[in-house]
Design a protein around this ligand. Structure first.
Ligand SMILES: [Zn+2]
Length: 140
């Protein structure tokens, strides 16, 4: 019987990472590995104890991001006064949306259009347009 002392659920956030698959395999010492999606768009794996001890709160990019210079002076999308989503939100949205295809239905339901809309404070239409790339086309 696996003890569930370190619960990890799809959609749960640990630092820069969001769980996209609570169980994707086992580490060499037998711990359950979870797959996470980093804010930078990189997928990585970590054991539950690693997450709960805050040992793996990004794919390893956190330090790199600190050193990175501010982005271009002419941002599109984010510069729009009515825009709530940032470019990185859009990337995260799309990654979440794409990754729900691998989730069990009950987990995927957590990331329905309306849930995503609520999470980011935008309309379902805006989420739908963003994930299907009718808007935010400059974001890759
Ligand atoms: Zn990262």
């Amino acid at each position: 019987m696996a003890r569930n002392v370190h619960p990890v659920a799809a959609g749960q956030r640990f630092g820069r990472g969001v769980v996209i698959m609570p169980e994707c395999g086992r580490s060499r010492n037998g711990s359950v590995l979870a797959r996470l999606l980093c804010d930078c768009g990189t997928r990585y794996e970590a054991t539950r104890p690693q997450l709960w001890r805050a040992g793996k709160l990004s794919c390893g990019c956190a330090r790199v991001h600190h050193l990175r210079k501010p982005q271009s002076r002419h941002p599109r999308g984010e510069a729009h006064p009515l825009s709530v989503l940032s470019d990185s939100d859009v990337r995260e949205l799309r990654e979440l949306w794409d990754s729900t295809r691998h989730l069990r239905p009950q987990d995927a339901a957590r990331w329905s259009l309306s849930k995503l809309a609520g999470k980011y404070g935008v309309s379902e239409g805006a989420v739908d347009a963003a994930v299907h790339r009718r808007t935010w086309r400059h974001v890759t």
